[in-house]
Design a protein around this ligand. Structure first.
Ligand SMILES: [Cu+2]
Length: 141
């Protein structure tokens, strides 16, 4: 019985290893159309939201499996209008989820979707693809 247990554990480990290996091969192949291939490997660009009297606006482009910029700076107590533009090779990044705001939207290539909210306190509002692998955040000051 004990012997059998060790065997199945070893088998599971081997299965995991080969899975990891194929995932690595997938990433290095440069095929960016799939999900979450890029992750947070590239340096996150920061954009300060454009301020007008009543609102603050920023635009994020979804392309090649990432959000650009991945960090947007806003001020608290003022309405934020955040637009996501659909580019090429979005992968699963086309579905954008703001968990803390309970808002999820999917953008089409060439289209846009807009998230509107008013942050009441300083901190971070995170967004991500539906699998929480491609990530970005709104930094509230
Ligand atoms: Cu994903």
């Amino acid at each position: 019985m004990k012997h059998k247990l060790i065997n199945s554990t070893t088998m599971a480990a081997i299965a995991l290893l080969s899975l990891a290996a194929s995932a690595l091969a997938f990433q290095s192949s440069g095929h960016s159309g799939g999900c979450c291939g890029q992750g947070e490997s590239s340096p996150a660009k920061t954009q300060v939201a454009q301020q007008t009297k009543d609102v603050q606006k920023a635009t994020v482009t979804v392309q090649d499996g990432k959000y650009s910029p991945a960090t947007i700076q806003v001020k608290k107590g003022k309405k934020v209008i955040l637009t996501f533009k659909g580019g090429k090779n979005m992968g699963c990044g086309s579905t954008i989820e703001f968990k803390s705001l309970k808002q999820t939207k999917t953008v089409k290539e060439g289209g846009t979707v807009t998230f509107t909210f008013t942050p009441q306190s300083a901190g971070e509002i995170k967004f991500a693809c539906s699998m929480d692998m491609i990530r970005g955040k709104v930094v509230v000051n």
